[in-house]
Design a protein around this ligand. Sequence first.
Ligand code: ADP
Ligand code: SF4
Length: 688
Amino acid sequence: MRDPRYDPLFEPIRIGPVTAKNRFFQVPHCNGMGHAMPLAHAAMREVKAEGGWAVVSTEECEIHPSTDLTPYVEARLWDDRDIPALALMCEKVHAHGALAAVELTHNGPAASNLFSREVLLAPSHQPTKYGYPHQARAMDKADIRDYRRWHREAAVRGMKAGMDLVYVYAAHDLSLAMHFLQCRRNQRTDEYGGSLENRVRLLRELIEDTKDAVGHRCGVALRFATEEMLGPGGVELAEARDIVAMLAELPDLWDVNVSAWYNDSLPSRFGGEGAQEPFVDFVKKTTSKPVVGVGRFTSPDTMVSQLRRGVIDIIGAARPSIADPFLPRKIEEGRLDDIRECIGCNVCVSGDNTVSPIRCTQNPSMGEEWRKGWHPERIKPASKPAKVLVVGGGPAGLEAARALGQRGFEVSLAEASKELGGRVSCEARLPGLAEWARVRDWRLGQINKLPNVATYLDSRLEAADVLEFGADHVVIATGARWRRDGFGRSHGLGIPDFEGNSNVFTPDDLMDGSLPEGEVVVFDDDGGYHATVAAELLAKAGRRVHFVTPEDVVAPWGQFTLEYRHVRKRLAALGVQVHVSKVIVGYAGGSLRVEDAWSGEVLELPADGVVSVTARIPDDALFQSLRARLAGQAETKAISLHRIGDCEAPGLIAHAVYAGFALAQGLGEPATDGVPFRRHFHHGGNAT
Ligand code: ADP
Ligand code: SF4
């Protein structure tokens, strides 16, 4: 079944005392569940193992209360009482013939200790990484000895939990082992500071300690960042080459990437598949040990090329394994067109950063494996056959039609335009968002394989058409439009000068190809990606662009998705003038008057056109009219009527896909008004 071209991806490989069954390695990734929701965490990792990943790792795992990462929820091995939670994961992962890995870490000044209230530790006295108003103190020799002991003890606990691989973590500017390497964080004058040899000493000792403690049973992996892109204060490629040479044969496995997280998990807007190759390809030439690398790999051809060209030995993946936990199995079974490719939107990352369970645009079951019993590949068959009409072929409608089709319903999907995909098709034409189209393409591919799903294009339905159709269930997924009246978070009464003004544009106008001329203001009261993408589009089309926002930072949601720095750099490179903390007081005669939110100072900005990115309004007329008609007449046949996605409440594409999947899961099933998912409860066990 498998194309022999991909055979190298399925060759087993030894990692110290253990053997990975193939070359697919789910590298550590945060998930917002961690130690707080161990059952949910274990079930999520199990699905990866079931999907064919040879190694499935935890996220970063705190080794001691002095590396408490609150508010972030990661894995934890502070003492033996934390073992059972991770043992749960190991059992689940082993049940599918995969190896389990744990990424041990002490985050030093990148921890918070907000929960434990311990004093933070660092190579030298320094401020905390995340802006907390307390400093980390310099570690003395006794602290270093303690740290090494904690790491060793955590490694043993990991082994007792059933881990097959134990990581030493020196990446992402997050762990002490890396902080000792960095000149900006390490100003020590003893044998742990100064020369490269000295700065590497602790990392070398940690690897040696870990091998000594668990190396007879577990492979010892080193996660190492080769470049921080911060100049001489950070790890730079030239020095990283020396470090790899110095430690070449010491770990059983090298897992290499770039730092920090915003460079490693680069959003697709700023980089494509395999973007890290120039930063990590030297490693394999320097060591005989296996090398894992990441690059948001979703194409088996790219993967096999990485192996054949000797760039890496093992395909590392976080996001591709989130979007499609079954990616390896699909390659193995020759089902390449079933691969649900990651779109690089980093909504998954936003889960961790908002301290909530992981979610994924492409894979609505991610994070819901335990609490809702959802699976990325399987779904409960329909309890009773029924005819379903889905109106609107955007991400919500497409996902509903696909999943309902998979359940065996007789599904018709009607779309008003000549193209499926809704907002996804429109947004994918904007700069940097081409991969958004994968949301549509995967669903179309699946729908085309389902004989019980029929799609109708160019079919704008009115209420009468829907009623005439005679479906048992009607799902309205008709989307939303951007508002033109300036209403939003900061202008709750709208902006009077915007009403009826032909120089005011919305993102929908831009996506329809209608762009303002001359000097343009993009007004962002939304805070997501739409406004910065609009600014990019306009600047690239030769307009002079001002970016105005009531927020104190540009597009704040991008801080959760790791886009923020990249967006700021891109806007700066395109010459976009940024004005933060500004609300609009008027727009007339080619001039936009804005007021500083704090000083009240008024500024006039030349504006031949304004692009207003404030809020959207659901396109729910069809739903409302159907609801009214169904309520007003005694129907011969009872129809269940539903609305999902942007036509209910506009959100991210991820929300629309989730809504489609959730609707499909519950359709025709008994409704509950109780809590619709399982939760973790802590009964007893507090005494010891
Ligand atoms: P969502 O993100 O909720 O899926 P979109 O805006 O992406 O919403 O998609 C909504 C889709 O519904 C669009 O493709 C639009 O053309 C289609 N649509 C809107 N009204 C109707 C209608 N009355 N009949 C059929 N299709 C419709
Ligand atoms: Fe990829 Fe987006 Fe899913 Fe993350 S949320 S795995 S970036 S598709």
